[in-house]
Design a protein around this ligand. Structure first.
Ligand SMILES: Nc1ncnc2c1ncn2[C@@H]1O[C@H](COP(=O)(O)OP(=O)(O)OP(=O)(O)O)[C@@H](O)[C@H]1O
Ligand SMILES: [Mg+2]
Length: 364
């Protein structure tokens, strides 16, 4: 699938404009601070996800404005659809073909986007929550229904947390929540294990081709509810919850659950979270995302839109070239930003569409 045009209104520093895009490689060129990442962010938001830069909708509005919007035409094997978002401080409303959708999450699955931005480096180096978000987001890409399970889990967890804060409670007050949480945790962890298994195989294969000297990439789930690589039985999960209850009632906070899962990442047997270099970190993130692209293509029969914001800057020439050669080996919309003229391997892709962003205005 690809985005054929993007219309932005009062969005960050971008001028109000409609930008036409080609279905293949698109290079967005511009000096620092001119609006490249803002443009990529606008495209990304149409996928229904929260921004990779901020959780605050208000930041998306051009300074001093009260409303901003992003609309885009998506062409996929199902035809063409106009998706849109209107932002006001603290609120987002999503649209499809001019009709408001019930919720922004209804956008999910209509435009699939895999983005890589410098912020993604925290996927390897940052806290476990970033890695859980990575898992959850891409699992939702692959099966949009998974978001319902995640949301149900969050609600049950919030209810249990509220009960734990009350005074004078005993186990009978949290038992019903534990039963529900045990059931949800079983499902979430099972889904995560399956996803990591298929993703791990693909990511390792890609990593091996393109970051040839870094050692084998292996990803595994760390969870309260697995032993070896097997998920515990439902009864064992519930037992764990019961055993944790005295501690939870003492600390008045949940100490167990899928919200504590982490993704272990090793390179040649060494923990990448602690020891990978900048370039190696970037390579791991790219391999993981390429793995996701491969999974998505296998499942949906079409390529997601690929956004690469500023990825070149820390990869050596060989890696960059192998990365772009792999990405451009199939018909895919790959939108790349950079501050310099497009590299030879981008130009080699044939019909490279180049746009320049200058002070928020895109010129051909
Ligand atoms: N809400 C906003 N309203 C107006 N301007 C904004 C807003 N948010 C960000 N900006 C400005 O937009 C400009 C462009 O930002 P952006 O991150 O897109 O630049 P960039 O081209 O990606 O630069 P770099 O090459 O350094 O990554 C910045 O100067 C930033 O201060
Ligand atoms: Mg940028």
């Amino acid at each position: 699938m690809f985005v054929s045009s993007l219309k932005v209104f009062k969005f960050r520093n971008l001028a109000d404009q409609t930008i036409e895009l080609d279905s293949g490689a698109v290079y967005i060129n511009g000096l620092n601070g001119n609006g490249k990442t803002n443009l990529v962010e606008a495209l990304y938001l149409l996928s229904g996800s929260r921004s990779f830069r901020t959780n605050s909708t208000g930041e998306l509005l051009k300074w001093g404005e009260r409303e901003a919007s992003v609309f885009g035409t998506v062409v996929s094997k199902n035809g063409s659809e106009e998706l849109g978002l209107i932002f006001t401080p603290g609120e987002r409303t999503a649209y499809s073909n001019g009709k408001a959708l019930d919720s922004v999450t209804d956008l999910i699955g209509r435009l699939r986007v895999i983005a890589f931005s410098p912020a993604d480096l925290s996927l390897v180096k940052g806290s476990p929550s970033g890695r859980r978000k990575f898992l959850d987001r891409h699992m939702v890409d692959l099966s949009p229904g998974f978001i319902k399970l995640l949301m149900a889990y969050q609600r049950a967890l919030a209810s249990k947390s509220a009960v734990l804060k009350q005074s004078g409670i005993d186990y009978s007050h949290i038992k019903p929540w534990n039963e529900l949480l045990a059931e949800y945790c079983g499902k979430i962890v099972d889904n995560r294990l399956n996803f990591i298994k298929s993703l791990g195989e693909r990511a390792a294969e890609f990593h091996n081709q393109y970051a040839t000297t870094d050692g084998e990439l292996v990803i595994t789930l760390e969870s309260d509810f697995i032993q070896g690589e097997q998920i515990l039985s439902q009864n064992d999960i519930l037992d764990k919850f019961e055993n944790a209850a005295p501690r939870e009632m003492m600390t008045r906070t949940p100490v167990l659950g899928a919200q504590r899962d982490d993704l272990a990442i090793t390179l040649g047997g060494v923990d990448a979270r602690a020891f990978a270099s900048q370039g190696q970190t970037r390579s791991v993130v790219l391999s993981l995302k390429l793995g996701v692209i491969d999974l998505l293509e296998g499942l949906t029969g079409e390529s997601p839109v690929i956004l690469l914001d500023d990825v070149d800057s820390e990869l050596d020439k060989g890696r960059s070239e192998r990365l772009f050669t792999a990405l451009l080996s199939k018909p895919r919309q790959v939108i790349v930003t950079g501050t310099e003229a497009p590299s030879d391997y981008l130009l080699a892709s044939g019909n490279l569409c180049t746009r320049t962003v200058s002070q928020g205005k895109v010129v051909p």
